[in-house]
Design a protein around this ligand. Structure first.
Ligand SMILES: [Zn+2]
Ligand SMILES: [Zn+2]
Length: 347
């Protein structure tokens, strides 16, 4: 890891004000993806996987509403944008396409029929346990690989993921040119290659998952005032929102911790194989933060975030991924047997 990101301390120690929350504290790892050039030996989002040369690459056999965009064209746009963002305004030769990019665009057969048949999956995330210690892999595994099929799937309205655990030491020959889909549903299903700056944090449950008694306490501003934590009284009418936005669950890409809810109410997530209650594995988030969660912006990003320069759009959507109209794709894993089938929800 060559860079770090640091979440500012939470505005108050919520477990000191509400001791009932203390046993519910859970570790999570914020991933802090930022555009870069990851290698197969790095934890990454949208980067090359440490995939054995002799293992078949996964494909999706589901029925898709075919059509969409050329993956090659999406990649050209991504590299053009990355180049522009990396250079100060006005640098000659930075804007527009390079000759190589123009050649790629010219080779695309824009009138071709959408490809049929199994779709090779795209790398979404690769997490080494050394970087993301909150992971609980099975057996000797020390590496999590998540891929997805870059099309909407029936009744999901988002890509369908596949999860692999493996031991990095067992991979000697790496597959260097994995198969790729010709088309993708949309550009937002092609994560931009990002390196990670994993950071350990503590989370508390979404208030929708708390007992009625505890929720009533959270909504009682006098409890917050009595703690004399110097809280801004503008929150007095919305203490539960204050908790949800600033004290419970981190926005952005993360592993472990508590699940976010909001698109739906909380619902039980039982393992389809053994009926154990499943736990959050990975949050694939559209936004690293939004207007309601700005207290989570890392110190290192604050100067750029508060500048007027449009190119800093990338600060809060570094991966370019969008789930639904701006949600997150939550993956759950069976704690009893991580190799059991995972489940995923839009939230
Ligand atoms: Zn598919
Ligand atoms: Zn299970």
């Amino acid at each position: 890891m060559t860079f770090i990101r640091t979440t500012p301390p939470r505005p108050v120690d919520v477990a000191a004000i509400f001791p009932e929350l203390a046993p519910l504290a859970r570790p999570a790892t914020r991933l802090h993806p930022r555009p870069g050039v990851p290698t197969p030996q790095d934890s990454s989002v949208g980067g090359p996987l440490l995939w054995p040369a002799d293992e078949p690459w996964p494909h999706c056999d589901a029925e898709h509403e075919q059509g969409g965009q050329s993956l090659a064209a999406v990649r050209v746009e991504q590299s053009r944008r990355a180049r522009e963002a990396a250079h100060p305004e006005g640098t000659p030769g930075v804007f527009g396409y390079t000759p190589q990019e123009r050649a790629v665009l010219e080779r695309i057969d824009w009138d071709a029929e959408p490809s049929d048949g199994p779709v090779p999956l795209l790398p979404v995330a690769q997490l080494y346990v050394r970087d993301v210690p909150v992971l609980r892999p099975p057996g000797q595994a020390d590496l999590l690989q998540v891929l997805w099929c870059p099309f909407d799937h029936p009744e999901m309205y988002m890509p369908r993921t596949a999860v692999f655990w493996r031991s990095a030491a067992s991979v000697t020959d790496i597959l260097t040119s994995p198969p790729e889909p010709l088309d993708v549903e949309q550009e937002e299903y092609v994560p931009e290659p990002c390196v990670l700056a994993p950071e350990q944090i503590t989370e508390y449950p979404n208030s929708l998952e708390l007992s009625k008694e505890l929720r009533e306490q959270l909504e009682d501003w006098r409890r917050w005032e009595a703690a004399d934590a110097g809280l801004d009284s503008s929150w007095a009418a919305y203490p539960e929102s204050f908790y949800r936005s600033n004290l419970s669950i981190a926005p952005g890409w993360k592993a472990g911790g508590w699940p976010q809810w909001g698109y739906t109410d909380p619902s039980p997530r039982q393992c389809p194989a053994c009926d154990t209650a499943m736990e959050p594995l990975l949050s694939i988030s559209t936004f690293e933060w939004d207007n309601g969660t700005r207290s989570w912006i890392p110190y290192e990003d604050r100067a750029a975030e508060f500048s007027d320069d449009d190119r800093h759009r990338a600060m809060w959507r570094p991966t370019g991924v969008q789930i639904g109209s701006g949600y997150r794709q939550e993956l759950y894993v069976c704690p009893a047997a991580p190799e059991h089938p995972h489940i995923e929800l839009m939230q």
